[in-house]
Each structure stands twice: as C-alpha cells, then as structure tokens.
Design a protein around this ligand. Sequence first.
Ligand SMILES: *Cc1c(COP(=O)(O)O)cnc(C)c1O
Length: 418
Amino acid sequence: MKRPFVTRSQLDEIVKEYPTPFHLYDEKGLRENARRVNAAFAWNSGFREYFAVKATPNPALLKLFREEGCGADCSSLTELMLAERCGFRGQEIMFSSNNTLAEEYQMADRLGAIINLDDLTHVDFLEEAIGHIPETIFCRYNPGGVFTLGASKDGHQVMDTPGDAKYGMTRPQIAQAFQTLKAKGAKYFGLHCFLASNTISNDYYPALAGILFRLAVELKEETGCDIRYINLSGGIGIPYRPEEEANDIALIGAGVRRQYEEVLVPAGMGNVKLCGELGRFMTGPYGCLVTRVLHFKHIYKEYVGVDACAADLMRPAVYGAYHHITASGKEDAPCTQTVDVTGSLCENCDKFAVDRPMPALERGDLLVIHDTGAHGHSMGYNYNGKLRSAELLLQEDGSVRLIRRAETPEDYFATAIW
Ligand SMILES: *Cc1c(COP(=O)(O)O)cnc(C)c1O
C-alpha cells in the first residue's frame, strides 16, 4: 500500500494559498534519502553523488543536495549555468552529455567541471573547442549487447539495450580514447557507464561496478592510464507500483564494495574514487503532483477529468508509465470503480491512469499522483497552451515554500514576436 507523504489536512491548507495543479516535494524525505546514499558509499573515500540535474532542475532542491554533500551532474549549457548559480564549483560539477555543442564544452571547462566524453570523436572536438585537454577526463563506455538485470515493468521503455543505445564508446574505442587523451596530456582518468534505467534490483549497481572495475584493470594494463574515478551513473530505480519493493541502497553500497575489494584492490587500484549520477532515486518518491477532480464522464468507459494534464507529467503518456494515484483523505476507502484519469490535452494519450481501481470520488477531491519527484515537472511542456505548474517544498518544519511559481499567460507569450 502506497501512502502519500502529505496528509489531507496539510493539503487543505496548501490549496488555500496555491491553486492546483502543483508539484510538491518532501524536504525530509529528500534529505534522509541523500544521507542514506552517502552513508551507503562512505566506505569509499572520495565518493560523491552528482545529482542528475535533469530529473528535477529546481534551485531549491539543488541547494538542498549541495548541503547534503552532493555534486551536480549536468548535460546541457543551461544545466551548467544552473549548477553554477546554485553554488556548485569546479569538480562538484560533472558534465555528462552526448552530441555535445562546442559552447557546452567551453562552459564546462570555464567552470572547471569534470568532462565526461561520450564519443571517441569528441577527443578532437573537445580539444578544438577549449584549446587543450583537461588534466582530469572521463570517458563513457557502452558494452553493447543486451542487459536485462533488474528491469522493472516500466523500465524497458526508457533504455535497456546498450547495443541500441546512442551513448558511449565501444571497447576498442575507449582504449583508443584513453591512449590519445594521455598523449595529449590528460593525467587522471575516469570511466562512466549507464546500462539500464529504473532498475528494481539491488544487483544492478554491483553488476555494473563489476563490469567497470574489470574494464578499469584492463585499461590500466593496456594503456598505462592512471584511472582515478569510476562513475556508476544513474539507473537505480524506485517502486512506482505498490507491489514493487524499494531498492535497499545500503545493500547496493555493500554489493559495490564487494566488487571493489575483489577486483580493484588486488589490482593495486584501491585509490579509485566512485561517483554516482542518480536522478530518479534521489527525488522520484519525494515528489507528487496534486490535482483536483473536475469532471466525471460516462461514455464507453468511465473517465475522471482532473486539472493537471500530460504537460505537467508526461511519463504516463510517452512511456505508458505507471504512477500510483490516491485520493487525499480516502487512502483507506475501498476501490469501488475502475476509471481512466485524464487530463485535458487534445491527445488521447493524456491519461494518468487507464482502467485504474479508485474509491468513490467527488468533484473537488484532491488526487495525489505519486512519485513525480523525478522527470515530472522537468519534462513539462506548453502544448495546447498549457502553462507549467508551480513547484512547492513541504519543509521539515511542516511549512510550505513556493520554489517555482506557476507560469502565467505572459510567460507563454514572452517568446513570441508579434
Ligand atoms: C538520466 C541520466 C542520469 C540519471 O539517471 P536516473 O535513472 O534518473 O538515475 C545520470 N546520468 C546520465 C548521463 C543520464 O543521462
């Protein structure tokens, strides 16, 4: 049974000040989870979790993670600017991009960020863009083939087959990249790899760690490069469905440690610092989309119309992703009907739930759409003239802070040339 982190009485207060729909984040949950992640890897001196900014690019959350000792993982120019504005400096910023613009490399270099190269051809492209090769440089590996471990029911739509993924370098390419970078003056090397998204398994990170640790040992022998960092990237998932079990980050950290001690330590590489770039795991469960029931429609199916739409949360529309929905204050009421919960876009995929058992609902009820803390507001868009919603932070003391205002029609018109 999934329960929202916000109660009916809290929501009744919040909606007096902030109209629905809005995304609400749970500061206590975010901080406690960040501390669990850091504790799970505290055995590795120099470990740093670089929060994947794209998941939830809100300054208040980035600053919160910075206070918890995290870095920022950026993939674009504006994400780099955002990280800088939130106080991240130098190697507290990871730049893991693909199909990268020269301006992005220039900005990353200006900030002193760690640059993670997605492709062999980017060795020359980077050098051309910034005029040198940084002392510390990472490369992204793609082992090809199929990787199935730990895929959740909804995970497959995001990315699962490395052989079909556009990211990273092949095995021969990564050796060549390291050799070329070393010849051009790079001193410290990092390896990165991202095999699967939203894994519901405590074995994913350890399995990936095993692959990268063995690769690091081989590459050290083949190229003589000083490999100081291994970036396990993102991919640790969250239980979107009530029947799924949450990953245990302490077990995951211990599993990675076993690989580290079996593979890296005997190879004389016990100084390697680990990095994470978790996004979904850091914020997913600690955000929800709050929306109000507007209409009931009875045609060939039963529809519950709400005031949020796919422009507020596109995962169900684009991936068919499951998001649990509870009616605030009716969490324990029996589900007596099966409905589609829909937004108002002129797109039939604009449904937060299809054939979903729900309790009896009334117009005005507040629905809590769970687990929207990652890839929720951040994937929002303005189709059908929809304005992006506010973001609110439920603070540890129980008060609520507006951390992004809702868009107004003036925002929508601001880029138009009349
Ligand atoms: C999306 C992404 C992440 C975060 O992935 P999650 O599955 O949200 O943990 C990390 N690194 C890179 C390069 C990404 O593209």
